[in-house]
Write a protein that binds this ligand. Structure first.
Ligand code: F6P
Length: 323
């Protein structure tokens, strides 16, 4: 294989640039021409494809976002869109593509590989850490650290005013960011979509905290919880209890930007090199994951068929420590 394409798709994640850099430089190392495909599958269909070399990825390992831009592309979900995309790839002589994104992006990659014989290797790039077949996704560590820092800051003001704060973090349907940042930030309660939410129990935990001498509290809520968003949960708590004067903070897209942590940069670098090697070995329809610190290749279908196992042990740790 002489020509490889690389794209980022879906929500951006810190470390995507480190992954692009790794793909480009590994490609150069192994004697390939690497093409950057802009705006994900949208750019593939439109032919927004440009050659990249080692210098075109200088000084990006430390930058959040993605220099290739990203998009969620409906047209690529249709067979006609993929026909047009495959035509563009053939025009540039691209035989294999590294797709950096979440599981939605992999369904497209799977179809491209099955219908048009273009080799595709996925790299898990999403802050949500919700992809089966890998213990970590590129960007989740940075997002967790940003959320933790936000919780630390809120704790200062919560403690000063003897207040309860509800902090909403991202994660779509995954409580990973909430759970890890909540434990790291010493949250009094962590609410995740993987467990049914009992508002009565939440109120009791807060009351117990008061009895134990706590004058403030931080409740971390993962977006997508069955009980509602942070504003709705705060409202219900206020209606049903004496905790009426709480504050709500939604961290939102702040946790998707900024410089990636060392963990995300190294993960992205290792995965990017492995992805290129996998393409050159003739692999296709697989995602690079990390399991027990080792790079592994998993079928793309695993990424949506096997959900990430939720560890109830973590919420037990959070509860034990929140006295
Ligand atoms: O999948 C990454 C993610 O940041 C989710 O955590 C969040 O639900 C979603 O993307 C937000 O998407 P958008 O940037 O389109 O608002």
């Amino acid at each position: 294989m002489k020509c490889i394409g690389v794209l980022t798709s879906g929500g951006d994640a810190p470390g995507m640039n480190a992954a692009i850099r790794a793909v480009v430089r590994a490609g150069v190392h192994y004697g390939c021409q690497v093409f950057g495909i802009e705006h994900g599958y949208q750019g593939m269909i439109a032919g927004a494809i440009r050659p990249m070399d080692a210098r075109s990825v200088s000084n990006i390992i430390n930058r959040g976002g993605t220099i290739l831009h990203t998009a969620r592309c409906k047209e690529f979900m249709e067979p006609e869109g993929r026909v047009r995309a495959a035509e563009q790839l053939r025009r540039f002589g691209i035989e294999g593509v590294v797709v950096i994104g979440g599981d939605g992006s992999y369904r497209g990659a799977q179809a491209l590989h099955q219908e048009h014989g273009i080799r595709c290797i996925g790299l898990p790039g999403t802050i949500d850490n919700d992809i089966g077949g890998t213990e970590y996704t590129i960007g989740c560590d940075t997002a967790v650290n940003i959320a933790m820092e936000a919780i630390d800051r809120l704790r200062d003001t919560a403690a000063s005013h003897d207040r309860m704060f509800f902090v909403e973090v991202m994660g779509r349907h995954s409580g990973y960011i909430a759970m890890i940042s909540g434990i790291a930030g010493g949250a009094e309660e962590i609410i995740v979509p993987e467990e049914p939410t009992d508002i009565g129990a939440l109120i009791e935990t807060m009351r117990l905290g008061r009895q134990h001498g706590k004058s403030s509290a931080i409740v971390v809520i993962a977006e997508g919880d069955d009980a509602g968003d942070a504003f709705q949960i705060a409202k219900i708590v206020a209606e049903k209890s004496e905790f009426k004067d709480s504050r709500v903070t939604v961290i939102g897209h702040l946790q998707r930007g900024g410089s990636p942590t060392a963990f995300d940069r190294v993960l992205a670098s290792r995965m990017g090199v492995r992805a290129v090697e996998a393409l050159l070995e003739g692999e296709t329809g697989k995602m690079v994951g990390i399991v027990h610190q080792q790079m592994v290749l998993r079928p793309l279908s695993d990424t949506w068929e096997c959900r990430c196992p939720y560890d109830p042990g973590l919420s037990q740790v959070a509860r034990i420590l929140a006295v």
